[in-house]
Design a protein around this ligand. Structure first.
Ligand code: NAG
Ligand code: NAG
Ligand code: NAG
Ligand code: NAG
Ligand code: NAG
Ligand code: NAG
Ligand code: NAG
Length: 377
């Protein structure tokens, strides 16, 4: 089975100008058998240019390292690296560009066990968002594709990736267990006036996701946890967006043990936010933010909203929010903004512990609802 298909692959690669790097064996070794040579030749595969797209999808399980070198992906298709072999490495080099089409995406998708997806220095995943951005985001106008689907990964790593100008949401992390996300840059700063719903990271139904050294310039949540457990974020930077958010928490979901620390939040709509869907029954527990510096906020510094998607300012109490800890939350909001707004349902918010929450600028709210008595608005 294996030999013929690899042989065909090798012929295909050779005819298409795809490079399979031979392995430099250490020291003298016996001449490899034909079979070994072919398999080893196929181990490191480089796909490039406009032909690389279809070859990469076809031969992805024959390569232990997949180098995507200055690939151009046709419009309206996913660069599909789902169901990779265990232990596969994917490396982006140069600029990877996707063509314009109105569709839902994703532009890229990866899944598997022990997968590493790395961006080499200087590499860029260019979503060409300016071709879609119309100020309407996901709510209308052009249909905009999501960018990077990281679903069904276990024991995996995303690192060194730079995304520029995402049409809409950048990373969708769903059904993942033990994923490290480090040194990622998302730069949608060109979308300041017309970009919308360009979320950095959306997390759903995932366990043990660790973020470090992530920088995001965008126009929606920097990172949000819709559902999931044991999630940790440190040493981040977020500019222009809607904060580090829990939710919107939907009916029947659980969010537990999420920590955000040591992050600079610049020019956000709000920086620290828990939003739960109006009428939902769910649980949010053990949420901690510490060492958060807020450099400007147009609407709020800290916002807890239990009326999301329902009647504004009429929170419902089916989602409990317990053990919500804030430590060292400092900085300022804009002059028209409110420092802290808490709108909890009756009895749904309890056991909160806040210390050294010191914001300046804007105004203090007089309309907080059902907040735990130890907390000041
Ligand atoms: C494949 O390429 C990667 C990245 O360039 C390199 O680290 C690795 O040693 C290569 N492996 C083989 C089997 O050639
Ligand atoms: C982060 O990733 C970028 C892009 O790949 C790279 O140039 C840089 O060296 C990385 N930084 C660290 C600390 O790994
Ligand atoms: C979240 O995950 C659940 C369960 O896997 C799935 O049914 C739902 O569609 C996902 N939601 C989003 C927004 O991806
Ligand atoms: C909370 O999550 C962190 C990060 O994943 C983990 O180290 C810690 O053990 C978890 N705590 C509990 C009580 O599960
Ligand atoms: C929440 O889910 C429960 C159980 O599936 C269902 O009975 C209820 O109608 C749902 N509520 C809302 C507001 O969707
Ligand atoms: C809060 O800040 C103080 C003073 O800078 C520092 O000693 C402490 O470790 C910080 N605590 C947390 C949880 O960030
Ligand atoms: C209340 O919060 C404290 C920490 O602030 C935590 O140790 C404890 O487990 C929480 N209790 C409940 C019932 O959530």
């Amino acid at each position: 089975m294996l030999l013929p298909s690899v042989t065909i692959l090798t012929a295909l690669l050779a005819s298409a100008g795809v490079v399979g790097n031979p392995v430099a064996a250490p020291g003298p070794t016996p001449a490899p058998s034909l079979k070994d040579t072919i398999i080893r030749r196929a181990a490191n595969c480089t796909f490039s240019g406009s032909i690389g797209y279809s070859l990469a999808s076809k031969s992805k399980t024959s390569c232990s390292t997949i180098v995507l070198s200055s690939l151009t992906v046709p419009s309206g298709v996913t660069l599909n690296l789902e169901k990779l072999n265990t232990g596969t490495n994917v490396i982006f080099q140069g600029t990877t560009a996707w063509g314009y089409e109105q569709w839902e995406g994703p532009l890229f998708s990866v899944s598997g066990n022990q997968i590493t997806v790395r961006g080499d220095p200087g590499s860029i995943l260019d979503g060409q968002g300016t071709l879609w951005w119309d100020g309407l985001g996901g709510a209308g106008g052009k249909i905009k594709p999501k960018f990077f689907r990281a679903n069904d990964l276990t024991d995996s790593i995303l690192e060194g990736i730079t995304i520029r100008n995402a049409p809409k949401n950048s990373f969708s992390i769903n059904g993942v267990t033990r994923l490290t996300v480090k040194n990622i840059t998302i730069d949608d700063s060109a979308g300041t006036s017309n970009g919308k719903n360009t979320d950095g990271f959306n997390i759903n139904n995932s366990d043990q996701v660790y973020f470090t050294g992530v920088k995001v310039w965008n126009q929606d949540d920097c990172m949000n946890v819709n559902s999931g457990t044991n999630i940790y974020w440190t040493n981040g930077f977020c500019s222009g967006g809607h904060g580090l958010s829990i939710g919107s928490v939907a009916n029947g979901t659980v969010v537990r043990n999420v920590t955000f620390e040591n992050t600079i939040m610049e020019k956000q709509q709000q920086s620290v936010r828990i939003k739960t869907v109006s009428g939902a029954v769910a649980s949010v527990a053990d949420i901690s933010y510490s060492g958060i510096t807020i450099n400007g906020g147009t609407d709020y510094g800290i916002l807890v909203d239990q009326s999301y998607g329902g009647t504004k300012h009429e929170p419902t109490n089916g989602v409990t929010i317990t053990n919500f800890q804030l430590r060292n939350i400092t900085g300022y909001v804009d002059s028209g903004a409110t420092q802290i707004l808490i709108e909890c349902g009756s009895g749904s918010c309890s056991n909160w512990s806040w210390s050294n929450v010191k914001l300046t600028g804007g105004k203090q709210s007089t309309t907080c609802l059902n907040k735990p008595s130890s907390i000041s608005c």
